[in-house]
Design a protein around this ligand. Sequence first.
Ligand code: ATP
Length: 204
Amino acid sequence: MRLSGRGVGCVRGGREVFSGLDFEIASGEALAVTGPNGSGKTSLLRLIAGLLMPAAGSIKLEGGEAELTLPEQAHYLGHRDALKPALSVLENLSFWRNYLGGEASDAMQDLAKVGLDHAAQLPAAYLSAGQRRRLSIARLLAVRRPIWLLDEPANALDAAGQSLFAGFMSDHLARGGLIVAATHAPLGVQARELRIGDGHDFAR
Ligand SMILES: Nc1ncnc2c1ncn2[C@@H]1O[C@H](COP(=O)(O)OP(=O)(O)OP(=O)(O)O)[C@@H](O)[C@H]1O
């Protein structure tokens, strides 16, 4: 499986954010998208997730499931945790499993993997920032999708949470998954860097 972008341009609110962006990653690889605030890291993830349209160029996936679109094969984990505060932790995860479909695993087991099984019946509104992030991460485990698009994934995670998450990413890559992550901090797994917003875009 290979995910690539060629000459990708992004315009938001009538202003060009970036242009002529090229990138490519294959199964088992991670790409860390770095750059200053406002350079377009989140925008790039949203373009790949199909939530924004590129102003120029193209993004394509080769070797995926032929009958599924790229967004259907990707998890998009935004920097804001998409949780419903009135629903319990377990209900939130169950909602995402139903919404995302696919081959689902045991929700309580997934909560245990992120250290939230003890809080399963608690309304999500009561969770701390790090616990909310852990619940969002449980989504990645609850429904298997080969492409993980992660926006500042380690935000609010404590050292134990960061190490747990690094293990999940490492397992995902070992199974042939792909990761594209917007990050200001080291990702926690080996990754190539795509730096944007310094006037010259390059992958190294
Ligand atoms: N909905 C929107 N309408 C208009 N402009 C937007 C919108 N969302 C983002 N932008 C602009 O697009 C540019 C890129 O934003 P983006 O969030 O992709 O940057 P980023 O690199 O992820 O930043 P950060 O490091 O601060 O998270 C910014 O100038 C931002 O103001």
